[in-house]
Design a protein around this ligand. Structure first.
Ligand code: CA
Ligand code: CA
Length: 263
């Protein structure tokens, strides 16, 4: 019986502290070709996502880079159409859910070049058609990565000082109760209350990663890209004590049966 009480207490703690569950909508993982994961190759011209990978953009797998597998997007062109990456079109319901219940846009990447200080090029974004939530990646002379939340205004940023080039996890978490996003780097909140950027791209909602600038160059090694939408209102509903009691008695029954079975 002690074991049952212990199990029920553990379950109760898990249920009471369970955060809102984030359902992945689309992901890129490791050295997999993104076109086999549901992404479409695109380039960005005049802030319009246009089919087919752009000119002077090379892509491909990389394995065992600092212990990570990745898909490289290397943009070496500065003319019109010289940008490229991968996009996934969202349904209007998915976009509405993202803004109503919350979303998380995550990436783990390496920006291998030192002194790529020009803002632009390597980026990940979620565009609703009227709002854009994006992370731009640059690096200083030592290769330390900087992530910038580009909004055409204050452009808040965070630099991982003293680490040099390497893979790091960047997460943009949208809170529908404040309609702002927070930036987490390696799990630590670094920027909060960011409102995103007003845009009028005039196209359907999408998620994009790669190189988004015709007139800028850069290389991104993408180990991970994930866009998740929360399934429940924020904050997560807490189960009624009666639900826990029911769960507890159900569990007790199961354990009881299990014991009888063993005899
Ligand atoms: Ca370019
Ligand atoms: Ca650049």
């Amino acid at each position: 019986m002690k074991r049952v009480i212990c199990l029920v207490s553990v379950l109760a703690v898990v249920f009471w502290t369970l955060p809102t569950f984030a359902l992945p909508i689309i992901s890129h993982n490791g050295a997999k070709d993104p076109t086999t994961e549901g992404w479409s190759p695109v380039h960005a011209s005049g802030f319009q996502i246009v089919p087919n990978l752009g000119n002077n953009v090379s892509v491909g797998p990389i394995v065992g880079d600092n212990g990570f597998d990745a898909w490289v997007v290397n943009d070496s062109g500065t003319s019109s159409g010289n940008s490229g990456g991968y996009a996934y079109s969202l349904t209007s319901t998915q976009a509405t859910d993202a803004l109503t219940h919350g979303f998380t846009l995550s990436t783990r990447l390496k920006n291998p070049n030192s002194n790529d200080t020009s803002l632009g090029s390597i980026l990940v974004n979620f565009d609703t058609g009227t709002k854009r939530y994006n992370m731009f990646f640059t690096s200083n002379a030592q290769g330390d990565p900087t992530v910038t939340l580009f909004d055409g205004g204050s452009n808040p940023s965070f630099t991982l000082n003293g680490v040099g080039p390497g893979y790091h996890l960047y997460e943009l978490v949208f809170d529908p109760s404040t309609s702002t996003a927070s930036l987490f780097v390696e799990g630590i909140e670094r920027i909060s209350g960011w409102p995103g950027r007003n845009v009028s791209s005039g196209q359907g909602p999408y998620v994009f990663w790669g190189s988004g600038q015709d007139n800028d160059t850069g290389e991104g090694r993408y180990n991970l890209v994930t866009f998740s939408v929360n399934t429940a209102p924020n904050p997560a509903p807490v189960p009624e004590p009666s639900t826990l009691l029911l769960l507890g008695s159900g569990l007790a029954l199961v354990v009881g049966f299990g014991r009888r079975w063993r005899r």
